[in-house]
Design a binder for this molecule. Sequence first.
Ligand SMILES: *Cc1c(COP(=O)(O)O)cnc(C)c1O
Length: 353
Amino acid sequence: MVNPRLEINLEKIKHNTYKIVTDCRKAGIDVAAVTKVVCGSPVIARAMVEGGITCIADSRIENLIKLKSIRASKMLLRLPMISEAEEVVEYSDISLNSEYDTISALSREAAGQGKVHSIILMVDLGDLREGIWYEKVLDFVPRILSLNGIELAGIGTNLTCYGGVIPTVENLSVLTSLADAIRERYRIILPIVSGGNSSSLHLLYSGKMPPGINNLRIGEAIFLGRETAFGKQVDGLYDDAFAFYGEIVEIGQKPSMPLGIIGHDAFGSSPEFTDKGLMTRAIIAAGRQDIDYCALYPEDNDIKVIGASSDHLIVDITGCKKKYKIGDEVKFKMSYGCLLQAETSEYVKKVYI
Ligand SMILES: *Cc1c(COP(=O)(O)O)cnc(C)c1O
């Protein structure tokens, strides 16, 4: 087997997708499956479609282009750049937006391509990433209703990504009230009210999702089985659809404190150490180019991850019952940040099982 590698269990992803789609459907919620953490992998997208997904969402238009042949509608998550307006209209059916200049560029493109491009207007409810500030949305709407080739399909919000703001009955009700106010004032259907990402699932599972929220954009919960407001595992979802494997290239007894005068490490920070005496350390052939070592969890609980440089992962195997030798593989689970890194690293082989 090649190392380092990421083993991806498609059946588990399909299972997780099916469960989330089914649970959401019972609450009148459609799910857009978010593929950005897997770099828009068509193989994975296909497993999600088999699990019941009808809309694939990604933050990069490059990824949606890769997914062209997948039979699902395509949603662009990151606010489009004006310079990519042509591809956005060509390869996505719906995009999330917050800027008039961008929407009017999409309008010109859509008119040119003889298409109608749908948009979801993003509303900032306080997380301070994208979106029109919630108090200004109502006055913004008429400016885009007059644009040719643009359909205002809905409004949406994104929380817990930058400011860490947790979706609650209160803040999501601001969104549903806004949707009602827009419908009433401008006499439009506004079919979609998109209430966020995996961090909104805790409201669904506690039966508190405000009625009127009818769409969620879900990535992490499908891939890692977690809701992300409180970081809890969701019952009935697999947390091990992805496994990272690295190979041991050195094992030795060394002190836990470096010898000599300590300056900066390879990344410009001054590392700190505690003296734990002699330890048995192993080096695994993978590094910061491939993984986020802080978010990597060995399957063998006795292994402790100590640190990493660009291409070396250093682990403490002093307390291990297993006798490791050179050439052995070590298996890890990952959190979101590490999965993102492993997926984007060219050096990590992707193996679908
Ligand atoms: C990444 C992203 C999502 C999905 O987030 P998860 O936490 O992976 O569910 C949803 N919406 C937007 C706008 C995103 O950028």
